[in-house]
Design a protein around this ligand. Structure first.
Ligand code: F6P
Length: 241
């Protein structure tokens, strides 16, 4: 695993954006795997800035998001679709038909998961996957104990994850209990992975990821079995590493 130490959140965001921009500019077709949450917001801001300043185009880019809440309409401000529109898609020239996010409103959720997984495979897989990390080591919404062989599936969110995400909602009770997420095996099929982490809150998870053994109770640890992973973390997230 490569580890890039950034000085702070802004530096982490700038360095991540530069790597994404390089990939987007230097390939005729690119499939990006995208993450939500607080961590990648600054990266999207940099991508949008670069699109406005340097006209980096996303016409040839296809995207697959990691996850979406079950039962949440895309127009709900707390949905990940809304987040992506707000911070990235509405601000660049990506064609609507190139955007993919699991449909949390699907009536048949297992079927939606299978459809999403197949769509990723049919697009020839993800070239560059962006990941955040939960304090408990989750990637996407794959909570501790998720099988490393898992593909896109429905998960029940850990209480700690709902609590952490409650900051985006009015009340903890409003945080959905379930989500659709790419599985660990789906993430591992990506050709290249960038995992971002900022702040002391993530230091313990990053320490375990780097130093402890690969174990399903620490979902992110699976990344040590991937041949092209870069951790881009700021100093605070690396204090224990
Ligand atoms: O970036 P944050 O907000 O700390 O979240 C970390 C991780 O948790 C999630 O938001 C899910 O809880 C992921 O999407 C994200 O990668």
């Amino acid at each position: 695993m490569n580890i890039i130490q950034a000085t702070n959140y802004q530096d982490m965001s700038n360095q991540t954006a530069e790597l994404i921009i390089d990939t987007v500019r230097n390939n005729d077709y690119v499939t990006l795997g995208l993450a939500t949450g607080g961590t990648p917001k600054g990266t999207y801001q940099q991508l949008v800035k670069d699109h406005q300043l340097n006209q980096t185009s996303y016409q040839h880019v296809t995207t697959f998001n990691l996850d979406e809440y079950v039962g949440m309409r895309p127009t709900d401000p707390n949905s990940y679709r809304y987040y992506m529109d707000q911070y990235f898609f509405d601000e660049v020239d990506i064609p609507e038909q190139n955007i993919h996010i699991p449909n949390g409103m699907a009536e048949d959720l297992p079927r939606e998961c299978a459809r999403y997984e197949k769509q990723i495979d049919d697009t020839n897989g993800i070239d560059l996957q962006i990941l955040g990390i939960g304090k408990n080591g989750h990637i996407g919404f794959n909570e501790p104990g998720t099988a490393f062989e898992s593909t896109t599936h429905v998960v029940e969110l850990a209480h700690s994850t709902r609590k952490a995400n409650a900051r985006f909602f009015n009340h903890l009770d409003d945080v959905p209990t379930h989500a659709i997420t790419m599985g660990i095996a789906t993430i591992m099929k990506s050709k290249q992975i960038l995992l971002l982490a900022s702040g002391e809150d993530k230091a313990e998870a990053i320490r375990k990821l780097i130093h402890e053994e690969v174990d399903e109770h620490m979902p992110a640890s699976v990344l040590r079995h991937h041949s092209n992973v870069t951790i881009i973390a700021d100093q605070n997230a690396l204090v224990s590493a």
